[in-house]
Ligand binder design. Structure first.
Ligand code: ASP
Length: 414
């Protein structure tokens, strides 16, 4: 016993779980005594403040992390070739994973299993979707600084601008680019600290959100939530154990489960830490040591992956938003599902590799679709469990990406 382990009750995920359970108990109690308006409005305030804190950090966090991801590709020809391969793999697997999620959520329909009336949550209607062309046009911000501060979020515009900014930052000299990269890297580090700080409040925030939810809706919510957990779990497992290994086998003609075993220290660390960024050094070590991915490739592909390649997160976000929409009895058209696919892809690219980052960007997709923010309370309550599974999926996809880029590069001598 050389390491000093924190007692379990000091671990954040246990604290959140306790906050949640206490919230259920408090909610049942409040419901049984007739939902006293005064108490309900206090917990509502607590939950609202917590959600506002989460939303407060979205834009700077996404902007800084995305800019670093894009500029991190480097500027030489070699790097941009690697970057292109890496991007194609990332884009391809992320799109597949969201599609898997959307198929599962449409088939299982977890949000329709329980019919609950949530007065506080159904106030706002979904905005009528504009045409696809209109969305594309509005993705280009007339005033990028305006979209950085727009309320509600103008996320597509922010992401579009930051990607363009990153691409053109690679075209100027290192000296000209450096101040902005330094700024982004400093902002990113500070924002990550801020996420940690805000997450310390998560047990209280989750307590308030769950109390309000259960007081208004009763424990049936959790029957619905268990369907949600089942849907995300099955979809993630399908992507993790079937789709990704199949892609690996197709391109490498090697046993994917042997590779999974070799990567298991990284995958298990990802699972228990819920952070791709924290796992990164282990991911690099396992892939270099066991699979002979060269340091040159793993040092580009894996950090980039930990920043922008989030198959699990993308899948979860699509499922979560559709679950909420179903739960609230909204009809989501095929066009809106396509919008979810697009936003989930971009939001997963923008999510940092830290615990609950996907939760932050999920609030943002709700905003994009015009769904009420407070409906996020439904998912927040069980986010830790989902986070562990989606982070392991994220790291598994990064690892396969590194192995495949290695294969392509060694074939073509780059
Ligand atoms: N925790 C995830 C990761 O580090 C991101 C997320 O919250 O979805 O990969």
């Amino acid at each position: 016993m050389s390491e000093t382990k924190k007692p379990w009750f000091k671990e954040l995920h246990w604290q959140i779980a306790i906050g949640m359970l206490l919230g259920v108990a408090a909610g049942i109690f409040l419901q049984s005594i007739g939902q006293p308006a005064g108490v309900i409005s206090i917990v509502e305030l607590g939950g609202d403040m917590f959600l506002r804190l989460l939303k407060m950090i979205v834009i700077p966090l996404v902007a800084a992390s995305l800019f670093l991801g894009v500029t991190g590709v480097g500027s030489s020809k070699d790097l941009s070739l690697l970057g292109t391969r890496t991007f194609i793999y990332y884009l391809f697997t992320s799109l597949i994973s969201i599609t898997v999620g959307l198929v599962f959520v449409n088939i299982i329909s977890p949000g329709t299993k329980v019919d609950i009336q949530l007065d506080g949550l159904t106030g706002k209607a979904v905005e009528a979707p504009s045409s696809f062309i209109d969305i594309l046009v509005r993705m280009i911000p007339v005033n990028p600084f305006g979209s950085l501060s727009a309320v509600p979020f103008d996320m597509l515009a922010v992401i579009f601008f930051v990607i363009i900014l990153g691409v053109f930052a690679l075209k100027v000299t290192e000296e000209q680019r450096k101040p902005l990269v330094d700024l982004a890297s400093s902002l990113n580090a500070i924002m990550i600290k801020m996420v940690h700080g805000i997450l310390m409040l998560a047990p209280i925030g989750v307590f308030c959100l769950v109390t309000e939810l259960v007081a208004e809706a009763g424990v049936q919510v959790f029957i619905s939530l268990s369907w949600y957990l089942l849907t995300v779990g099955l979809a993630l497992a399908f992507h993790f154990f079937v789709i990704l290994p199949a892609i690996y086998y197709y391109f490498r003609k090697e046993n994917p489960f042997e590779f999974m075993r070799q990567m298991s220290p990284a995958l298990l660390t990802a699972f228990s830490s819920a952070s791709s960024a924290a796992t990164l050094s282990l991911t690099m070590e396992c892939s270099q040591k066991n699979k002979k991915v060269s340091p040159k490739i793993s040092s580009i592909v894996l950090p980039l992956g930990a920043t922008i390649n989030m198959d699990g997160t993308a899948l979860y976000e699509g499922v979560a938003v559709l679950f909420i929409a179903q739960f609230m009895g909204m009809d989501i058209t095929l066009f809106q599902q396509f919008l979810v696919l697009l936003t989930a892809l971009l939001a997963s690219v923008g999510a940092a590799g830290i615990p609950h980052a996907g939760l932050v960007t999920m609030v943002l997709i709700l905003n994009t679709l015009g769904l009420p923010d407070d409906s996020a309370g439904l998912i927040l309550a069980v986010d830790r469990v989902v986070d562990m599974a989606r982070t392991a999926t994220n790291v598994w996809s990064d690892s396969i990406g590194a192995a495949l880029v290695e294969t392509f590069s060694s074939k073509r001598k780059v």
